[in-house]
Design a protein around this ligand. Structure first.
Ligand code: SF4
Length: 379
């Protein structure tokens, strides 16, 4: 019996944020009921995989999973519980956005077995939230957080963003101070990435918004690391910080390049040396599953070389880096042999460091991680 992580994609949002290019849609909430039926069916269609694997973690991601009513999450969780062998003490997360939460929803999520809440705050200044096109205020976040804690949630993440148009270093510091003062055990801090085809993409092109210059963006990132470390958070992944014991186990599956099954429109899976993904379109996904047809639209074989390369660059996202021992156990070869050239080159440039146990990026290597990652893929 193997062990896999389970990802459930909920592609609905109340409103599309100005920077977002995720597979998420507003104005399609009328499809939620059919979507849940399709999800239940897709779970059943994966009976073989689910019969031969235990589930270590479950993650409801989006989109905005918290757009679903409490009873709707209960229905999905009941189906998962019926068809899956879930490990005792499994981490079960849901992404939740303030403005879509209520005491009743949170209570039902909690009773259904969800034990980790990931709240998309992004910033604590309401004018910045407005620029981002978020539907909530900082006060909504505070209220939802209070409700969640009253109900019993203690494993809570808060997402923050930096490098935002109009955001000063002081704005970011204020956000970090406020979130830390609320004793949030896990913080994800992401730099805004401008994606083509989003409103922000257009606004940057026509100069409606101006981003902080690159030097300031880097200073924001470095000061985030400094401050959170000072406050006893472990910087464990490029963008993630946790109090001891609160690292996100589900995301660790991805960074360790371990198997996971994704269900729902646009979800991705990595199983049995194959990567595959479902159709993005919600209607198409519902139609296919309803008619007993697979929603998978792409599937690629992962060769041994691909697996080694992906394990390296995903693992280097972790601050502790790649475990040499685990690498040898998995691939029956030493990373120092396979990557001799790259390790020598990047160490000499001060981007990589290593000892007998681990190979990891230096802080400069993290800042230039894409340069290193590119060369970890093997031909
Ligand atoms: S809530 Fe999240 S998924 Fe939805 S539009 Fe905003 S950023 Fe995208």
């Amino acid at each position: 019996m193997g062990t896999i992580a389970l990802y459930i994609h909920i592609p609905f949002c109340q409103k599309k944020c100005n920077y977002c290019d995720f597979n998420s849609y507003s104005g399609k909430q009328h499809l939620i009921r059919d979507y849940i039926e399709a999800l239940k069916k897709e779970i059943r269609m994966n009976k073989n995989v689910l019969d031969s694997n235990k589930i270590s973690t479950i993650f409801f991601g989006g989109g905005t999973p918290s757009i679903l009513e409490g009873d709707q999450i209960v229905i999905i969780m009941d189906t998962i519980t019926k068809y899956c062998d879930i490990e005792e003490n499994a981490e079960v997360s849901i992404e939740a956005n303030p403005g879509t939460l209520s005491h009743d929803k949170l209570a039902k999520y909690y009773d259904s077995g969800i034990n980790r809440l990931s709240i998309g705050l992004q910033a604590c200044q309401n004018d910045l939230l407005k620029t981002l096109g978020r539907i909530h205020s900082f006060e909504d976040y505070l209220e939802n957080l209070k409700e969640a804690r009253e109900i019993g949630f203690s494993n809570i993440n808060t997402d923050l963003m930096f490098s935002l148009p109009g955001q000063s270093k002081e704005d970011l510091e204020e956000c970090l101070e406020r979130v830390v003062s609320l004793n949030i055990p896990h913080i994800s801090a992401y730099s805004l990435i401008i994606e083509e085809g989003t409103l922000f993409g257009d606004w940057v092109d026509n100069k409606t918004i101006i981003l902080p210059d690159e030097e300031i963006q880097l200073e924001m990132y470095h000061s985030t690391i400094r401050y959170l470390k000072e406050k006893n958070y472990i910087h464990y992944e490029i963008s993630n910080f946790a109090k001891p014991g609160f690292q996100c186990r589900h995301n660790m599956t991805y960074w360790h390049n371990e198997p996971y099954l994704g269900l729902g429109a646009g979800s991705h899976s990595y199983l049995n040396k194959k990567r595959f993904n479902n159709v993005n379109d919600i209607e198409k996904y519902i139609y296919l599953v309803k008619n007993e047809r697979t929603p998978v639209e792409n599937e690629i074989d992962v060769s041994d070389k691909d697996e080694i390369g992906e394990t390296m660059f995903l693992g280097l996202r972790l601050i502790e880096g790649i475990s040499v021992k685990k690498f040898i156990e998995r691939f029956n070869a030493s990373p120092f042999e396979i990557y001799r050239e790259q390790i020598e080159k990047f160490s000499a440039q001060g981007l990589l460091e290593y000892d007998k146990a681990n190979i990891r990026l230096t802080q400069r290597g993290i800042d230039l991680s894409n340069v290193v990652f590119r060369e970890m893929l093997l031909d």
